[in-house]
Design a protein around this ligand. Sequence first.
Ligand code: NAD
Length: 459
Amino acid sequence: MNTTVRPSATMSDAGNDTSADTTAIAVIGLGYVGLPLAVAAAQSENGPVVGYDINAERVAALKAGLDHTGQVDEATLKSCGLVLTDDPASLIGAGLYIVTVPTPVDAAKQPDLRPLQAACQTVGEVLGRAPVGAMAPIVVFESTVYPGVTEEICGPALEAASGLRAGRDFFLGYSPERINPGDRFHTIDRIIKVVAGQTPEVADRLAALYGRITCAGVYVARDIRTAEAAKVIENAQRDINIAFINEVAMIFGRLGLSVYDVLEAARTKWNFLDFRPGLVGGHCIGVDPFYLAHCAQALGHDPEIILAGRRINDGMGDYLAGWIANHVASLRPRPGRTPRTLVLGVTFKENLPDLRNSKVIDLVHGLMERGHAVDVHDSWADPAEAAAIYDLTLRPTLPESGAPDGGYDCIVGAVAHDAYRAFTTETFAALLRPGGGIADIKGIWRDVELPAGLHRWQL
Ligand SMILES: NC(=O)c1ccc[n+]([C@@H]2O[C@H](COP(=O)([O-])OP(=O)(O)OC[C@H]3O[C@@H](n4cnc5c(N)ncnc54)[C@H](O)[C@@H]3O)[C@@H](O)[C@H]2O)c1
């Protein structure tokens, strides 16, 4: 086992690398994680790469060069050499299967492993015994799970579907995905890849294969459970840290202090951890801690900090709705008028179209419950998807001059999309009614001067 980060072979020296492994790769699940990985694998010229997804519409769109997640552009999709398919038969014969399907939670916030089990069924049905002398196939999981899932759940599921034996006819591996969609700097080729294998030889082979995809290096973890645990705590740690900042924002709000002012001062200390308050949604940070909590509880441990963090972050939408409604109630009233609020941004993250597990919805519902008429705009989200998932009608555009009903009482900066960061004094003058206010949840308008008579509320 190697406990340091191994440098990767660069793409340019791949052709001269006599140890180059031209194993055929199949990626199962072409979402935010799987598609960039499959494309990077295809570009690294390891060998043929097949990208498979059960969603035929997604595959058809990708074949047409359209990635609705915005991770891969049309030219790259069309030129990278990735074979796209929704036909499981195309997976036959791969030497490395990489599973990148969702790992959500159910209504009771318990791990929902059904997509992972379905993917194991698909892979198990195409897994074949390697010809004599050839290397046995490896099935590596990248989906975020709790320690034990790969070996105790996926391995047996693959065995049952294939009739083969893990550790003899095929091998298991785990390599957590760390990409940060929307982050143009920490792209898949620049992130250290953690890999772990069922045996040291499998780990070495995975290190070599993944080393061709990333230039940042590969870290070989002690074993599969260690790699699974490392990933799940990365996200639980973020969740807990954000929960702490959300909690202090609530405390400082009572003191009349802005948490952004406090953070600006505290950040000047070299070892202060730089987290910001906000709504924790999406498929990872707001979900993965429940996987760790489930694992803890199954072992008889009460995961107090992990679940406290989840409670605070899950309650933040409603907290903010109350906070905004109180501020709006303190304004000079407009007799006979319902307070009218414009919420900007509904995706779970800035400059991305991803609507999964958006906590802005809690804020919108909380404002409605408190009697506000709420308009929602998002410069990135697909209105049809917002309607289908949340029954939410997005405003198609922002009113260019003059908002409905004499102007909004309040504009909420809920997601820091670039389009909203660019708002100016004039934008607020046009959209707000005289005496209205802005609720700057993300601290994006701290430097924008407001016209006289308008109010600013920031966490
Ligand atoms: N999105 C992120 O930022 C991120 C980062 C790191 C890790 N992860 C983890 O990676 C995993 C995948 O996340 P994602 O964001 O890419 O999800 P996603 O929803 O964007 O994509 C998953 C894809 O898998 C497909 N799929 C579902 N079941 C399938 C099956 N049985 N066979 C084949 N395809 C199937 C879906 O159609 C979808 O296209 C999750 O475990 C997630 O926690 C996500």
